[in-house]
Design a protein around this ligand. Structure first.
Ligand code: AMP
Ligand code: ZN
Length: 515
C-alpha cells in the first residue's frame, strides 16, 4: 500500500478569516496509539424549542452532521454537541421583545417546560428521520448555575447593571464584531434598543424579572430573580462540554451577525484574552423560498412532516441539501424536492440491481461482502486498507477524499457515487463496499433503504390500490391506441390523487397504500 495517495488535507471555510483553512485539531492524539486518537470537537447552535423546526433549520443540522461524518471519515474521534435552547431566547436576537418560550406557553395554554419537552422530542425525531447521527443534546436549563458563575466572573470588567439585568459592554473586548465584518454601526440598525444601554450592540447576560411579574422559568441570581440571556448559554455549554478552545463552532449564517459575535465577546472576557473560544467558525447559508429566508416568524413555515405529508421521504430532503454546497443559498421548491427524490430512487434502484447480481454470483461458501463498519462511518484508512476496493476504485477513492476535503463538496461526492454505480463490469463485492463507504459519508442510508420505503402516500390521497391499477391499465391501453389526450387526462387525474406516473420508470408509481 506504499503507493496509496496520502490523505488530502481537510480544508474548511473559516468565517473568522473568510478563507479556507487546513483543519489542525487541537487534540492531535498520539500517532499509533489507539487509546489516544486525534479528536475533533464540534459545537452547533441548536434549536429554540418553542415551536416546530422548519426545513431551513434542518438544513443547518444536515450540514453539521455532514461535517461530523467527514471528520469521522478523516479519522477523528468526534465529540459533537447540539444544545437545546429551552430558555432565554427573545423574539429578537438582540435581547428585546418577548421570551419565545413564555410566548409559546401562553399561545398553547401549556407550561413553558411542557412546550420545551414536546418540541425537543419532535426535533430529535426529525434528526433521526434525516439520518443525523445522535449528538449530545444538553438543555440550557440544566446549565443555569454555570451561566450565573460565568456572569459573576466577567461582571466587574465587562458588564454593567440596568433595571433589566446585567448587560455586556461590547467595547471592553478587542475587535468586537470581527466575525460579522460589520462594524458595530452596521449592526446597530438591526438591534432594538433597551433603555439605558451604553451601546446599541450591548446585550444581556441576565434578564431580571420586572417587579410585580413572574416568569415560568426563572432563577435566583446576584442580579435578582430572572433568566439568563440567550448568548451566554452557548459560551457556557461549549466550555463545559468541550473545553475552550475547541475545534469548530457551527450555525446558520444569521448567527454570524449577532449571536456568534456575542459568544466570542463573552469567551474573550472569560479567558481574559483574544481567543474566540473556537478555532473555526462555520456557517451554512439559508434555505430560501420565493419570499426569501425561510423563517418561523412568517407563520406558515414548512416542517419535515409537511414534506412527508406530501409524499416525500425525509431523505429526499437530505439529498436536496447535499446537492448544493452548504455555503450557497438553496431555494426550496416542490419540483426541486421531487427531482431529489427521483435521484435518491435511482441510486437505491442501482444498488438493488448490484446487490441482486452479486447475490446470484455468491455461492453459499463465499461470504456476502461485509461492510467493514456496517451502520458506522468508514474511515479513509479503512477504505485505503481494503485491497479489493483499492484494486477496483483507487482513483475514485482518491477523488472522494479530495472532494470531501475541499470544504465538504458533497455535490461532487454524489457524482462519484453515480460514477461507481455506472461502471460496467465492476467487481460487485468491492463496488458494494465502496458505495457503502461513500454513503456512510453522505448519510443517505443507501445500505438499508428499500424502493418501497421511498413510496409514501400523500396524506390527502383517498384513491385505493385497485383504482390505481385500473387507471394505469386504462392509460396503457390509451397509449397503445395513441389516444394521448386520454392518457394525459388519466395521468392528471392520478396526479391529483398524489400518484405520480413516471413513464419509463420501473417504479411506475410513487407510493404504496397502507395494508
Ligand atoms: P433557531 O431555532 O431559530 O435558533 O435556529 C436553529 C438553526 O437554524 C440556527 O443555526 C439557524 O441559524 C438556522 N437557520 C434558521 N433559519 C434558517 C434557514 N432558512 N436556512 C438555513 N438555516 C437556518
Ligand atoms: Zn448558540
Amino acid at each position: 500500500m506504499s503507493d496509496t495517495a496520502s490523505p488530502a488535507p481537510l480544508k474548511l471555510f473559516n468565517s473568522l478569516t473568510r478563507s479556507l483553512e487546513t483543519f489542525e485539531p487541537i487534540h492531535p492524539g498520539t500517532e499509533g496509539d489507539a487509546n489516544d486518537p486525534p479528536e475533533a470537537r464540534v459545537y452547533s447552535c441548536g434549536p429554540t424549542v418553542y415551536n416546530y423546526q422548519h426545513v431551513g433549520n434542518m438544513r443547518a443540522y444536515v450540514f453539521a452532521d455532514t461535517l461530523g461524518r467527514v471528520l469521522s471519515f478523516k479519522g477523528y474521534k468526534l465529540s459533537h454537541v447540539i444544545n437545546i435552547t429551552d430558555v432565554g431566547h427573545l423574539t429578537s436576537d438582540a435581547d428585546a421583545g418577548d421570551d419565545k418560550m413564555e410566548k409559546a406557553a401562553s399561545r398553547e395554554g401549556k407550561s413553558a417546560w411542557d412546550i420545551a419537552r414536546h418540541y425537543q422530542a419532535v426535533f430529535e425525531a426529525d434528526l433521526a428521520r434525516l439520518n443525523i447521527r445522535k449528538p449530545q443534546h444538553p438543555r440550557a436549563t440544566d446549565y443555569v448555575a454555570a451561566m450565573i458563575a460565568w456572569g459573576k466572573a466577567i461582571e466587574d470588567k465587562h458588564c454593567y447593571r440596568l433595571d433589566g439585568g446585567l448587560y455586556f459592554d461590547v467595547t471592553t473586548v478587542p475587535d468586537y464584531g470581527r466575525l460579522a465584518r460589520a462594524n458595530t454601526d452596521e449592526g446597530e440598525g438591526r438591534i432594538e434598543s433597551v433603555e439605558g444601554k451604553r451601546h446599541a450592540a450591548d446585550f444581556a447576560i441576565w434578564r431580571t424579572t420586572p417587579p410585580g411579574e413572574t416568569r415560568q422559568m426563572e432563577w435566583d441570581s446576584p442580579w435578582g430573580r430572572g433568566a439568563p440571556g440567550w448568548h451566554i448559554e452557548c459560551s457556557v455549554m461549549s466550555a463545559e462540554l468541550l473545553g475552550h478552545p475547541f475545534d469548530i463552532h457551527t450555525g446558520g449564517i444569521d448567527h454570524r451577525e449577532i449571536h456568534h459575535p456575542n459568544e466570542i465577546a463573552q469567551n474573550q472576557a472569560h479567558a481574559c484574552g483574544p481567543d474566540s473560544g473556537a478555532r473555526i467558525w462555520m456557517h451554512n447559508n439559508f434555505l430560501i423560498d420565493r419570499r426569501g429566508k425561510m423563517s418561523k416568524s412568517s407563520g406558515d413555515f414548512l416542517t419535515l412532516q409537511a414534506l412527508v405529508d406530501r409524499g416525500f421521504h425525509p431523505l429526499a430532503f437530505r439529498m436536496l441539501c447535499l446537492q448544493a454546497h452548504y455555503r450557497s443559498e438553496l431555494e426550496f421548491s416542490w419540483e426541486g424536492l421531487a427531482a431529489a427524490l427521483v435521484r435518491l430512487k435511482r441510486l437505491v434502484m442501482a444498488i438493488d440491481v448490484l446487490k441482486s447480481r452479486h447475490a446470484e454470483l455468491v455461492t453459499a461458501s463465499i461470504a456476502q461482502p461485509e461492510t467493514a463498519a456496517r451502520g458506522e462511518i468508514w474511515t479513509l484508512k479503512q477504505v485505503q486498507g481494503d485491497d479489493e476496493i483499492m484494486a477496483g476504485f483507487r482513483s475514485q477513492v482518491d477523488g472522494i477524499d479530495k472532494t470531501i476535503s475541499d470544504d465538504l463538496n458533497t455535490a461532487v461526492a454524489l457524482v462519484t457515487l453515480d460514477t461507481v454505480l455506472s461502471i460496467k463490469g465492476a467487481t460487485l463485492g468491492p463496488a458494494l463496499k465502496f458505495v457503502d463507504a461513500v454513503d456512510s459519508l453522505l448519510g443517505l442510508n443507501l445500505a438499508t433503504l428499500a424502493r418501497a420505503d421511498l413510496r409514501i402516500r400523500p396524506i390527502t390521497a383517498t384513491i385505493t390500490e385497485p383504482e390505481i391499477e385500473a387507471a394505469l391499465a386504462a392509460r396503457k391501453e390509451a397509449r397503445a391506441a395513441k389516444d394521448f389526450a386520454r392518457s394525459d387526462a388519466l395521468r392528471d387525474e392520478l396526479a391529483a390523487q398524489g400518484v405520480e406516473v413516471m413513464d419509463g420508470d420501473p417504479l411506475g408509481w410513487d407510493w404504496k397504500l397502507e395494508a
